[in-house]
Design a protein around this ligand. Structure first.
Ligand SMILES: [Zn+2]
Length: 166
């Protein structure tokens, strides 16, 4: 995406949000060259096939509501959840696939949730992957120990890029 101000051939997405009907996505971009910000709107072609067989547009809100339960009592803010949903959307979109199973969304959520909060991750994984016993938890915990998430790095303040603009 060219910068409309200086025509720099690259830009950085600083925020993206889905329209209420879920059919379009609006991105805030910033030019790394001149620092100016601009918006683009894209039509979303990303749909999700639910387990019931119903096809619906990908929804960040559904990602948030699906993960929120697992985050109860954890130090996870609404801004964290919004960022997580954004990351999930970006990772599923980056696969270039236009239609996903609900299952694929769950898979895409797991690594981002793990970076956010390991307890919430375990809760979500236990439901999503249908843990049946302690051994399943032990396996997941062993995996976490072997490949720790990014939680220890601390998370960047969400929305910091959008505060002074707009
Ligand atoms: Zn520019």
């Amino acid at each position: 995406m060219h910068c409309p101000f200086c025509r720099h051939p690259d830009s950085r997405v600083i925020d993206s949000r889905t329209s209420d009907d879920g059919l379009a996505i609006r991105r805030r971009r910033q030019c790394p060259e001149c620092g100016r910000r601009f918006s683009t709107t894209e039509t979303a072609s990303l749909t999700v096939i639910k387990r019931s067989g119903v096809v619906e547009p990908f929804s960040r809100e559904k990602v948030v509501s699906g993960v929120r339960k697992a985050c109860q009592g954890r130090p996870v803010t609404d801004a964290d959840l919004a960022l997580l949903a954004q990351q999930v959307e970006e990772s599923v979109r980056s696969t270039g696939v236009a239609q996903l199973d609900a299952n694929d969304i769950g898979l895409a959520i797991l690594p981002h949730l793990r970076d956010l909060d390991e307890i919430a991750y375990l809760r979500f994984a236990s439901v999503y992957q249908a843990f049946e016993n302690l051994a399943d938890f032990e396996g997941a915990i062993a995996e976490l120990r072997t490949h720790p998430g990014a939680a220890s790095q601390g998370s960047a303040p969400a929305g910091a890029g959008g505060r002074s603009g707009a």
